[in-house]
Ligand binder design. Structure first.
Ligand SMILES: C[S@@+](CC[C@H](N)C(=O)[O-])C[C@H]1O[C@@H](n2cnc3c(N)ncnc32)[C@H](O)[C@@H]1O
Length: 201
């Protein structure tokens, strides 16, 4: 199955660029400042799958020297438009050679791994990101749990996609984001916790 990144789409990128932290998104990010304060030392941060820069700016506001990377050109263009003083880089999938090893104290990935297919591909990306971390660095993966795709939420509706209930790890699932103008469903990948956390060796 060929999975296509729904964020590589100009209309969706423009809609996403207006998104901040309403509803369920607020809950998703709410506990990060305390977790980061407890576990992260140092201020160099990479925002993997930064999109239009919402999560990068979140890190900057916490006092990080943050760089965002993404594979979708329009998302990166709009991140730069929204935040001309920020640093946003377009990367090829899995290619992080632009960075020296052991550069970052924190790598945050907010809702990017929901869009990454293949257990081995995911593990390879994680191995690549781990090489960019200082010895005591931390990676935080913030992603949708399966509950998102089978319930109704302040920020998402899935009632039109009952087939989500039968999805296994790696299968496509659909949800409509209620906080953006683009009401076409996003196509994500379902990852149950054990498969999602298949740790890179
Ligand atoms: C749901 S958006 C989240 C954007 C941002 N982190 C936020 O919270 O606003 C997911 C982003 O991950 C990016 N993405 C998907 N696969 C990726 C990959 N293999 N490498 C880097 N970015 C990726 C998409 O292009 C998209 O911009």
């Amino acid at each position: 199955m060929q999975f296509s990144n729904v964020y590589d789409d100009d209309e969706r990128a423009r809609a996403y660029a207006k998104l901040e932290f309403p509803g369920t998104c607020y809950l998703a990010f709410r506990d990060l400042p305390a977790l980061i304060a407890e576990h992260v030392r140092g201020r160099a941060a990479l925002d993997f799958g930064c999109g239009t820069g919402r999560s990068t700016r979140f890190l900057s506001e916490l006092g990080f020297d943050a760089i965002g990377i993404d594979i979708a050109p329009t998302m990166i263009d709009l991140a730069r438009t929204a935040d001309p003083n920020g640093r946003y880089l377009l990367v090829s999938d899995g290619d992080y050679r632009v960075f020296e090893p052991r550069t970052f104290d924190l790598i945050l990935s907010a809702f990017a791994f929901d869009n990454i297919p293949g257990v081995e591909h995911r593990a390879e990306i994680l191995r690549g990101l781990r090489r960019l971390l200082h010895d005591n660095g931390r990676i935080i993966l913030l992603d949708c749990t399966p509950d998102i795709y089978v319930n109704e939420w302040a920020s998402f509706t899935t009632r039109d996609f009952p087939e989500n209930r039968h999805a296994r790890s790696g299968d496509e699932v659909r949800a409509v984001m209620k906080d953006v103008d683009d009401r076409r469903p996003v196509v994500d990948l379902m990852w149950y916790h054990d498969a999602a956390m298949a740790a890179p060796q």
